[in-house]
Design a protein around this ligand. Sequence first.
Ligand SMILES: Nc1ncnc2c1ncn2[C@@H]1O[C@H](COP(=O)(O)OP(=O)(O)OP(=O)(O)O)[C@@H](O)[C@H]1O
Length: 364
Amino acid sequence: MSVEIALRHKQGAFRLAVDMHTPGGVTALFGRSGAGKTTVVNAVAGLLRPEAGRIVIDGEVLTDTQRGVFEPPHRRRVGYVFQEGRIFPHLSVRGNLLYGRWFAKRGTRGPEIDHIVDMLGLGKLLERRPTALSGGEKQRVAIGRALLSDPRLLLMDEPLAALDDTRKAQILPYLERIRDEAQLPILYVSHSVAEVARLATSVAVLHGGSLVRCGPVADVLSDPSAVRALGVREAGAILIGRVAGHDSDGLTRITVSAGEVFLPQIDATLGSMIRVRVEAQDVMIAREPPKNISALNILPVEIIALRGGAGPGIVVQLGSGDDRLLARITRRSATALDLTPGLQCYAVVKSMSVARWDVGSQGV
Ligand SMILES: Nc1ncnc2c1ncn2[C@@H]1O[C@H](COP(=O)(O)OP(=O)(O)OP(=O)(O)O)[C@@H](O)[C@H]1O
């Protein structure tokens, strides 16, 4: 799988200049309002003809202005899921799903309807009309319909934005399943770092029409130089681990590359791989292994880089086995501890500071 998007386009005073290449999976397009995310999505869907550009999905050239290639939208086989699940009110859930099937390329079998129904947990809803569905259920139907059209790429433009936190949390595991099971590149527009940390395999960070950073999710989220564009308050990196045990006192033990961490009980089977977002503001740094401290998670780390701005805070990038962590601490503490790249230290993370929402499946 691969996604290649190179675009140059001007609309009013806004200029878009993007050059990105990712290995498929879920590519998050992250950026503040007006960064240019929808413009990129529209160009990929064929709703916008860029002044210059080339869009290639899995080797299929959809746009190449130099060679005069511009596939019309209906020939692109791009599935689109909008913010509010736009499904047909006069059709049942089954009818909506079959409508998607109708768009699948003739001659190909495409995904099996039973498989999609099972993957999205729609079995009990098939005969219902959309008026009898919750926002999250409607969104799952919209996703199922898009998948059944057998797209070569799925575009998801803030698909969770219209849902409350409970519904978001309910639908995320389904999106993780699509990521892990469907061999389908997904372009996922979001301005939530937490959502990107749960779902993305790659991240492209847009700012004012330019690509600030593009790379594997763990690299981008742990890069101190990307923190500004992602938002200092939301900064945080990802730990990848394996569920090693559910202890009787309600904690789950997770093996990570640098040791073990404990989190409040996670709904995941023993041995499964998970990813945990650890916010930079929840990480403390100690020069010695702390003793008699309530925090359960103490990992040996190496200081990789420090980056400060004009304010009193700095962001420290830490190497933790194969993973990277970020810590947001005061410049005063960094000076007092004499933190410099290469120094061996300890990262301290409270178990209870990791929100349930920040733990998701990692697939394999
Ligand atoms: N037809 C147009 N003519 C002039 N300017 C436009 C046009 N369409 C969009 N823009 C401008 O292009 C910029 C990028 O818009 P875009 O919708 O891609 O941003 P976005 O990152 O998707 O934002 P949001 O998160 O708010 O949806 C904005 O400054 C917008 O005002």
